[in-house]
Design a protein around this ligand. Sequence first.
Ligand code: DVN
Length: 284
Amino acid sequence: MVYREIGQVSSPKRRNIRIICLSLVLIATVILAVTLGLTLGTTSSGSLKETIINRCNTYLKDNGATSQNDCEKIWDSFTQAFVGKDTCDVPPDAYDSLIHSVSQEPACNRMLFWSKTKEIVHAFTEKRSCYVTLEDTLLGFLLDGLTWCGKNESQEIFTTECSSWSDCVNNPVRSFWIQASAAFAASACGDVSVMLNGAIDMPFNPTSIFASVEVKNFNSSIMKSLTVLLVTKEGDVKTCESDASLKDLQNQLDPKLKYQCKIVPQSTIQTCISQPQIACDDCW
Ligand code: DVN
């Protein structure tokens, strides 16, 4: 009988032990990955609530509107719109309670709508208060860039694995922006502006929120005019007069509203973004 030092085993045995060890490591890895995936995938309401409450308190502190708004009540009105509902069963009017829970005076003569110009319009309004987009108001600021949904007969709040904008019409995020946009447009007062993209075929796209929701909610009893700011790049040939979609926009407006359109070179806006000391009126 050949004795072997303790710790030494025959090669077939050693191979079996190695296979068992590798299998155990593999199983442990899979369990860890699944656990992490499940944990990270369904963010509890905690982190979303923390984000939204922080945004709310920051906005109120920076804009001095603390007395009229209660962030906890706003959160509760927000969650009531979609918690316990299927991710494709949240219609726009589910957010009516949330919209009514936020109190903010409309920025008459400073309201700026936009379509296909999200980046440049917010780079501009981030540096200046002479124009205000929906996303610069408390309601839009709270939820801009976030995703959320619930599930039938569940109190959980999810921030991933939610239906996307194009999956179904009544998804929680799209319905919110439709209802918030409708309310923002209905409150539009005085001289109003919209920044449109002169580099695309249809600056006024009928399927956009601006066209399908906001223009339809303008109220000519409080709104006086609409100025289109058509942002163009070097070499763009589109003009205010030549574009058919802008004629369509003009035809959709209440004739009581004054309409004008200005070509605004993108370079001019970029200069105004980088030099906030330039007066707003000199930016277009
Ligand atoms: O006036 C603005 C503002 O008030 C806003 O509330 O609505 C108007 C802008 O909406 P719009 O006219 O539809 O312009 P866009 O550029 O086509 O879409 C605006 C935003 O809606 C997009 O930037 C998307 O947001 P995101 O993903 O960049 O944070 C979103 N959106 C529109 N169509 C979408 C979509 N997101 C995903 N899939 C789509 N099909």
